[in-house]
Write a protein that binds this ligand. Structure first.
Ligand code: GAR
Length: 212
């Protein structure tokens, strides 16, 4: 939680466009809730998200997977950098690599991910395409804590999005993005305010204070 006078410090990981990073910058960064994006990391030197960070005056770092002998070494280096910046919460906002325990163990219950489907349906790298191909009628957005599995961690917030008959992958992605740009900042705000906890009896169940 953001203590009086101290900001709640975010490290955001992106691989591509970074429109969700932009929503965090626009809605939360240095706003009334005391939340600050202190570092943006990418595995992809060409990620437009890095330019968005630079435009907002936020420090960036690039960790291409190929520069490291293996994934744990890659994630250890990222964790070192996140710690150096005193990060309270790590946000995967369109970060397309699996995060290993080398990073997760350094930020227990402090790494969250955004996924463009209603988990546990359609995990993985191409959920919007997979949802359309399956012929599902409803999909949505999930914000969840990250564990060692692929898109398997405890769910913080979800919101449904209807799939229309004439939707294309692109039109559906656009509506999903609109929801993401609201839901991810809201989840971060709730965590920063200390309003997110775990059910003692079933730690898979996340409790959002005021919404029990
Ligand atoms: C978002 O739709 C996010 O949910 C998805 O990547 C997109 C990034 O968009 N993440 C995943 O699929 C993770 N498995 P952005 O770069 O414009 O924020």
């Amino acid at each position: 939680m953001a203590a009086a006078g101290k900001s709640f410090r975010l490290g955001v990981l992106v691989s591509g466009s970074g429109s969700n990073l932009q929503s965090i910058i626009d809605k939360l960064h240095r706003g009334d809730a005391g939340i600050e994006v202190v570092l943006v990391i990418s595995d992809n030197p060409g990620a437009y998200g890095l330019r968005r960070a630079e435009n907002a005056g936020i420090p960036t770092a690039v960790f291409p997977l190929g520069d490291f002998p293996d994934r744990p070494a890659h994630d250890r280096a990222m964790a070192d950098e996140l710690e150096r910046h005193g990060v309270d919460l790590v946000v995967l906002a369109g970060y397309m690599l699996i995060v290993t325990p080398a990073l997760l163990d350094r930020f227990p219950q402090r790494v969250i991910n955004l996924h463009p489907a209603l988990l546990p349906s359609f995990p993985g790298a191409t959920p919007i395409e997979d949802t359309m191909a399956y012929g599902a009628r409803v999909t949505g957005v999930t914000v969840h804590f990250v564990d060692e599995g692929t898109d398997t961690g405890p769910i913080i917030l979800q919101e449904a999005v209807e799939i229309k008959y004439n939707d294309t992958v692109d039109s559906l992605r656009e509506r999903i993005h609109a929801v993401e740009h609201r839901l991810l900042p809201r989840a971060i705000e709730l965590i920063a305010a200390g309003r997110v906890g775990f059910d003692q009896e079933n730690p898979r169940r996340v409790i959002v204070e005021g919404e029990e």
